[in-house]
Design a binder for this molecule. Sequence first.
Ligand SMILES: [Fe+2]
Ligand SMILES: [Fe+2]
Length: 331
Amino acid sequence: MTTITPTLDIGQIRRLRILCISETGWHDTATVFDDIRAAGGAQTDQYSIPWPPFGPLHADNAAGFSALLEAETSDGSVRRLLFDTGWNPEWMDRRFAEEGIDRLLQEGRIEALILSHEHFDHFWGIGSTLKHCPGIAIYIPEGFHPEGLAFIRQQGHSGPLITVPSEQPVVLFPGLAVVSFPMSTLLQVQGENVLYARLQDHGLSMITGCGHGGVLNLLDYARRTFIGGEHIHAIYGGLHLSPLEDWDAQRDQIVNTLSSYGIAKMACNHCTGRVAVEKMLESGLPVLRGTARYGSQTDLFLATATCWNWGEMSGRVTDRIGTLRRTSVQG
Ligand SMILES: [Fe+2]
Ligand SMILES: [Fe+2]
């Protein structure tokens, strides 16, 4: 058997704090998938569906996925990244205001927007980011469509736009890297950026938007690529295991394999699927429960307006964001 030794040193961070700005892409899954069926099905071009902000279709159902990452680096400095920018501009404007993200953007204290992928619920709310900071650097995966690029420009972007080349990790700052994975999925979306953080004393952690590339593939990439990847500490985000709440033996196998990785903590968002999270809990995976508040419909997902601290953040760091009504969990 050949053993592959991971060789890429991305450095380390002391702490990472993830604020779940919004975990629910939409409020009602049946409505979204009915809209997709009516528009022509899974292979339809998403830009042909008149959802917000392009049209009024079921505007009240649109929400979005977005998170703020706040890292304390080994030299004690604080680095902030916005990971995805949600869908419905009205919903995102509200959430950004409630969490103080608007102010952080205006003051230039968020250094980049990392777009996981082009799906409407992660990307179409980009106006809510750009209106506060048009010059922000944006990282996109390989595979963005011309319509998506035009939309970024049309929303007023004036800063750098960086396409992350497939499977060539880009270290954003020591301890945190982004990798673009080729994939092709629902509504003609291609390519997904995944974040990997190496946490001092804890090991490697993964942050996904939807995880369309498959959670095991994405973890195995880290295990064979990054120094420290042999210990997967935590996973945050969407894992797309049962977004339509169906299940089969193959997915049981995925959960069984995941259980063998020694993961210390997990927190999922809506598109992981309730059934998937229930199966994970049954198999003993350490999934953090949320509060089912602020638009989150179940405590199986880490709720909107929840902060997850990887390692203990110093007060100096946590005080930097003056925000409202947040629940904090340690991990
Ligand atoms: Fe998703
Ligand atoms: Fe997606």
